[in-house]
Design a protein. Sequence first.
Length: 457
Amino acid sequence: MTTALLGENAASRPLGRLVGDDVEVPVGGATRRYVDLDAAATTSASAAVVRAVQDFLPWYSSVHRGAGAKSRYSSARYEEARETVLRFVGADPATHVALFPRNTTEALNVVAFRLALTRGDVVVTTAVEHHANLLPWRRHAQLRVVDVDRRGVFDVAAVVAALDETPRPRVLAVTGASNITGWAPDLPAVAAAARERGVLVVVDGAQLVPHRPVTLAASGIDVLAFSGHKMHAPFGAGALVLPRRLLADGEPFLVGGGAVRAVSYEEVLWADPPDRDDAGSPNVVGAVALAAAAEELAADRETRRGREDALVRALDDELATVPGLRRLGPTSGDRLPVAAFTLDGVPHGRVATWLADGYGIGVRNGCFCAHPYLTRLLGLSDDEVRRFHADARADRYDLLPGAVRVSCDATTSPADITVLGEALRTIATTGGPTDGAPRPGEPAGPGHRVPAPRSPV
């Protein structure tokens, strides 16, 4: 059923292979091919990325530090990776620069620090955000949060209202797409409203960039952060793309070798960007991997978008057939192939464990590093949120609320969505799998109190 949804053209055009896509895992005394439905957490490396790294490794050396041939080659490849990333997101090299932090979280911490915010400054953000786009801002400034409606979404008008409150905010920090529901807000409209008011637009692109083309100039985004490990380059490198002027003054987030022109015990003369924010020996292998992943994604965006739109429909159709399954978040509008849900009568930790141990299906369960958003999706009252925090404080992890998340990308096979649906229907109707997964009462991971979600409106 789901294969037909892709259409002949999209289904017939091959994408690059992933390393490990034929791995077999133990299931009930035998083995099955692993079904990876956890792409929103981390993607497997693509064969093209691995080839790029393998080709580079014989030339691997410290960058910007040596006169030898290997060091000069590594330095050139590192700077070429910056240029590749800037082109990938449509940034102007004359005005923007790319840094290579470890991931989106580190990138957002860097920019929050470098803006030299004060406790009197306001950052507008939203209830949809991952903790990475909440906690760094909370550390340096006041948060003004745009809440979500009962479907788990916000509209442009709500953002505009927050931007127009006084005091005027300095920053709008917003996600490009939710890591829980896959919902993508109207980013161009939101960014335009902020820029009209002179508010800097910072976007958490961890989920967006692997799935959608982004052009900074056209979208109105000022600062963009994203991670290589969510786009088939799992080598510990992310990207922070931002105007060079934001790095021209002030101390860097990390200090040390390579970030300076001169040092004495009394004085430091900082280097120009990007070197000022590149202290220590950088992850040149990760930068090469990230650049290779960016080039691969850019080469077949149309094919990937067609496949992912079909996977969204396939997930909607398959999950709708599971008795007692309650979707969290919107089931219409612009979405990535991501779905979060609860299953009546079955704790989320047990569902995830049964899928893994009984069917070889890898999903994620819990709160997905976005606790405020999930508590809204689950419809928790203030008292229930306080109980959640009390349980967490007391290490009662088996009582924490949560959900199950399924996430795909363009390399996901439609047949895997069918396998997921069959497994969930078995769990929902029989209380669990029949070939070796834990039975009720056996350990099944954290999360055994799942409040019923609010009905969408």
